[in-house]
Ligand binder design. Sequence first.
Ligand code: FES
Length: 453
Amino acid sequence: MLSLGALVSGCGDGIISAPVQVLDVVPAPFRLDPATVPELAPIGGRTVVVSGTSAPVLVERVGSAQFRALSLVCPHRGTIVEVASSGLRCPNHQAVFANDGTWLSGQPTAGLTPLDVRRNSDGSLMIGGTLTPPVLSLNRSAVVFLTTLTGTAPAAQTVAIGNDGGGMLGDLALALTYGPGQRTGWLSLALSQASAPAILTLSAQRGTLPIGVYSATVTITGAGVSNGAQTLSVSLLVQDPTTPAALQLSSSSVAFTAPIGGTPAAQVVQCNNSGGGALAGLAATIDYIAGGRGWLTATLNQTTAPAALTVRPSAGTLAAGSYSATVTISANGVASRTITVTLTVTAVGLLVTLAAWPALANVGGVAGSVGNVNGGPVAVTRLSATSFAAFSMRCPHAGTTINVVNNGTSFRCPNHGALFNSAGVWQSSPQRAENLVPLTVTYTPGATTLSVT
Ligand code: FES
């Protein structure tokens, strides 16, 4: 049973909610069609929903197709937070929260609990359950355009951008870089919309490019994704149909780093025909050079060029060390080409699964006590879309375990009150303290885990 605006008091003071008895902080998912709620029509529009026996939920439109949901249960003592035009305030001990649920002032406490919001195919929403960060997905990792000196412009191609995780994926953005030292300007991009699902359309124009292979990389980013930026490899082959076929690879080496037992993100090598005619019979064989065997797979998506070779290592049970192999690509009637693959397996550290720590979905997010290294608890901070830092949570002053405070923006030692910012830098305390001890983070952009040693 759903009730909308059930907490509207209409007392004229801007407050639209009042305390009620709370049963469930995180409600079971319920359906809400925003098209039937006039308050949700404009961006910034909000409404309060009560579903079944759950606590009230604040739903807000934060973009043309994006919504945010927060449980209105105060994390301090469970009182229902009031929703006012100026913000969110707990009437019990006066904790104040920003519209996104971040604690601002008053009684120190955590932020309001964000709830998962997913869009159904009919435009309605499923709200409820613990928020999991979005995962940026592409339905292909490479695009190849073929043309000749006299041919017409190749047809445009599309890539579907989706969200394989939770919540809503917005703020999609593109960055385009061309191969080092190569001619530029031959590729144009168009994004259907800034939130997933979206379609990226790529168009290539030969212009005055001579015969050759031209490459570019499109980097796609989205707000709060747990898997970081994703890349799309783009090639333009300008061919002379009168010359024989020739095998060309987009890369002659690939390198991976993984903790023991980890599986780094796969990499794709494009196998192209840089000559004329057709190039068929593509096959891939693996030869292990140094270290163990059986840690690599190499899979072609088709046997005619252009083809995509997916190279995927698995550290499995490999011991720490360096491993290498070659992948030989052969094809009918042309010289083979090889790719050198190296895998560096790092010593056992703390393996952190990003999806288990929603705070790490956002740049600046801090997750405390994610596990232990050297017998002490560890905090991890997301520095950028592709990098993290980690610290020991032992206070450098007297070794007391510090706490994450101020809604994840800093750390405080409960012993003598030393305060550190999210970068681990000492800020203040009665006794001068050193900065938090940094730890080593190993992370491959796009991977779902990181390792702390
Ligand atoms: S219950 Fe909300 S501030 Fe204490």
